[in-house]
Design a protein around this ligand. Structure first.
Ligand code: AMP
Length: 415
């Protein structure tokens, strides 16, 4: 078990570097389009403030690739944070490291916050540069990682710095990690995984790892066509990843040997081109004619998927079931979202698009855990140890038993 902030003692007066995930979506005018990520970090921030800590907050925003880009400044986030914490003094530092920033951290009073500028303005961040990590460590006495969304990245602010300071996970990180790992280890059965989305390469190893744990594997969305092709069905003009067909075939064979059903679409909603303007056509069989593209689940498939979901005691859903951005191909994703929300068992939803559809349908309250980190949750489901978690100290540090006193070396033979 990794340390959490509640395991940290005597925080009063300490400078605590908190790596948060303020990577918020921005609209065309550069305004924050969704404040969820900021809100999700508030429990950790509030707890640390209540303990009299002095907070140095650090995050990335977008992909500035090591360059200063004014449209990716965290200044708007500082303003939003001020609205959310009106009683807290919040300062913004246009720099992320250096003497001036160090000085500013020493000038903080208990219960105050200094938010650093976008850490990815420095190319050393993504390289996990040890000197840069050292400079970051100079800004604080304690390190807390609450950026689950960046936990799969081995960067200076998510991994390098942790080795240099006493550390712990924040509440958000702790909840994400514990919920997902707990479900993987102790899921109530039947345990059903529903995977969708477009990029097979991104999720095929999740399928592989999850096969060892689930009772039923459901595959929909664009991913499904590579698996259907692996089974010998024709998929028309649908999305497939040719170089993954072989692996998909191996996975299906492995599933068969292990007696784990892999449920694939048996009918489809198709269009003649990849557009929201085309008229949808139902194809009542797994094979798709040459001139059509599979863009959503067919009605029979929806029924079958829902039947398995209804029976699940534990369910993990990641990835849309069709091109849900087009209204006439959104039914599959919506129906699966509703079914997942309806299950009485434990439900975990991850991935931007699945989470967005749950939110759109106002079903958040009915989901046990909505994961904030797409890539990070995928890596956890793949069975990987995430760099941002690995570096956090264990709760019970290994204290070696007192070594038995060494016997005095016997004198060599009557020497
Ligand atoms: P991913 O990032 O891999 O989770 O993929 C999400 C994307 O998958 C969404 O933008 C969907 O539009 C897309 N998607 C889902 N089903 C299909 C499909 N049948 N054909 C093409 N794209 C799809």
């Amino acid at each position: 078990m990794k340390k959490t902030i509640e395991d940290l003692e005597d925080l009063s007066g300490k400078r605590v570097f908190v790596r948060v995930d303020f990577n918020v979506p921005l609209d065309e005018d550069g305004n924050i389009a969704d404040t969820t990520r900021i809100e999700k970090s508030l429990p950790t921030i509030k707890y640390l403030l209540s303990q009299g800590a002095r907070l140095v907050l650090c995050s990335h925003l977008g992909r500035p690739n090591g360059e200063k880009k004014s449209n990716l400044s965290l200044l708007p986030v500082a303003k939003e944070l001020m609205n959310m914490l009106p009683l807290t003094k919040i300062k913004f530092s246009f720099q992320s490291v250096g003497e001036k920033v160090e000085q500013a951290t020493h000038e903080l009073k208990n219960g105050e916050i200094l938010l650093l500028e976008n850490i990815r303005f420095h190319k050393e961040e993504e390289k996990n540069d040890p000197l840069f990590a050292k400079k970051l460590a100079k800004l604080a006495d304690v390190y807390v990682n609450d950026a689950f969304g960046a936990a799969h990245r081995k960067h200076a602010s998510t991994a390098g710095i942790a080795r240099l300071l006493p550390n712990a996970m924040g509440y958000l990180m702790g909840k994400e990690v514990n919920t997902i790992l707990n479900v993987l280890e102790n899921a109530k059965r039947p345990f059903v995984a529903v995977l969708g989305g477009a990029k097979v390469a991104d999720k095929i190893y999740v399928v592989l790892n999850m096969l060892k744990r689930v009772d039923v594997m459901i595959i929909g969305g664009g991913m499904a066509y590579t698996f259907l092709a692996a089974k010998g069905y024709s998929v028309g003009g649908s999305l497939i990843e040719e170089d993954k067909i072989e692996l998909a075939r191996d996975i299906l064979e492995e599933a068969e040997r292990s007696n784990i059903p892999v449920i694939l679409p048996v009918d489809h909603k198709c269009g003649t081109s990849f557009s929201g303007a085309v008229k949808e056509q139902i194809i009542h069989k797994p094979d798709i004619p040459e001139h059509l593209i599979g863009m959503d689940l067919g009605p029979k498939t929806i029924k079958i998927f829902k039947k398995y979901i209804r029976r699940a005691k534990t369910i993990i859903w990641n990835g849309p079931m069709g091109v849900f951005e087009f209204d006439n191909f959104s039914e599959g994703t919506e129906e699966i979202a509703k079914a997942v929300a309806k299950t009485k068992g434990v439900s975990i939803v991850g991935g931007g698009d699945s989470v967005a559809s749950i939110r759109l349908l106002n079903l958040e309250e009915q989901i046990t855990h909505i994961s904030t980190g797409g890539g990070a949750s995928i890596k956890l489901l793949e069975g990987e140890l995430l760099p941002g978690i690995e570096v956090i100290e264990n709760k019970n540090k290994f204290i070696p038993a007192k070594a038995p006193e060494k016997k005095k070396k016997e004198n060599k033979k009557n020497n």
